[in-house]
Design a protein around this ligand. Sequence first.
Ligand code: NAD
Length: 382
Amino acid sequence: MISNFICPTEIFLGAGSLKQIKAIIQQEQFRRAMIVTDKGVLNAGLIQPIMDELAEVNCEASVFDGVEPNPTDIVVNQAFVALTNERPDLLIAVGGGSSMDTAKAIGILATNGGDIIDFRGVGKVKEPILPVIAIPTTAGTGSEVTTVTVITDTKMKLKYSVGGRNVAARWALVDPELTLTVPPHVTAATGVDALTHAIEAFTSKMSYSVTDSLAKESIRMIAENLRTAVYQGNNLEARSKMLEGSLIAGLAFNNAKLGLCHALCNPLGAHFNVPHGVANAILLPHSTRFNLPARTAKYAEVAKLMGESTEGLSLSEAAEKAVTAIERLIKDVNVPAKLSLVGVTEDFLPRMVEECADNPLVSINPRTATKDDLLQIYKNAF
Ligand code: NAD
């Protein structure tokens, strides 16, 4: 069997890596940058230092700060109007997955035309997107290194992905100092998102040695550091490990793909605007329990990586401990852990099943899941 590994992005990792921005701009002779961000990131004071860096290399800069969590086609269209007015030769995404995905989406429209929904699926983006520097400010999505953008269509109430080699940032400046201001509840939810990426990549049908080594290291780093990052937000070491963990989880899942948990999450974002990490936290224990029989040995390893003692246990008992470890971590960092706590009503569950049943992530999940199984998982999470 032949496996391939894609990462078209040049990565600068570590405290202070933001400073690389001037060298990139000078090397590529960019003249006009548009920063794509949201008001939370702006108010956290993260944009002005970047503007100052740009001024030092005579790069003009404008700011679009209208990104919202779970970015929609409406947000993308507003950002694209700004792009059309400003005519930048460079996009700088500063924020979590929502800002990075919005920047990628308008980068697609700038060079490919059309509407973002036209590119739904994989491989439909024919031209490389406008150059993007991705600067993550949450430790969660890994979007800085993935070849995907995730957008919600407001008319169809559908959260979908646009993917392919061309849908990548050209550079990622992965600087943990920018994550010190993330509030505890966002740190918790985004951290669980990164953990979900790592676990789903590790247990995926498409995983192999390269993605496994990344995923395992990511699971270990996140399990060891998420609690500290949540409760001691200014602990740079924990923040660094979390950002590194989410980056390498991104590299792993971009190649090994994800599974059931992410498929089940999409309707929650599309209909109830549940933050992506919260959706993962609600569904990960239940999708993991469902998948245990299909990947028993790997889940036993997940348990160990998350610090559980599995000595003297049978393989299936050890695998069960993965669920225990996940539930304990989610409880410790205080993420809402039930569908009923985030506005979902029980009569809506069958509709969510219909919407996620066609998601390709269901078909590549390690264990075959029928619609009845999906409904049961939602009910368990209710
Ligand atoms: P987000 O980008 O929506 O940000 C969440 C909140 O955190 C916002 O209110 C923001 O203002 C605030 N925030 C971010 N950084 C901050 C900082 N440093 N200081 C203070 N506040 C800060 O959240 P997210 O979880 O990073 O991104 C979620 C989106 O990413 C979802 O739409 C999800 O589907 C998508 N996603 C994309 C990929 C991908 O590969 N493209 C992967 C997973 C998820």
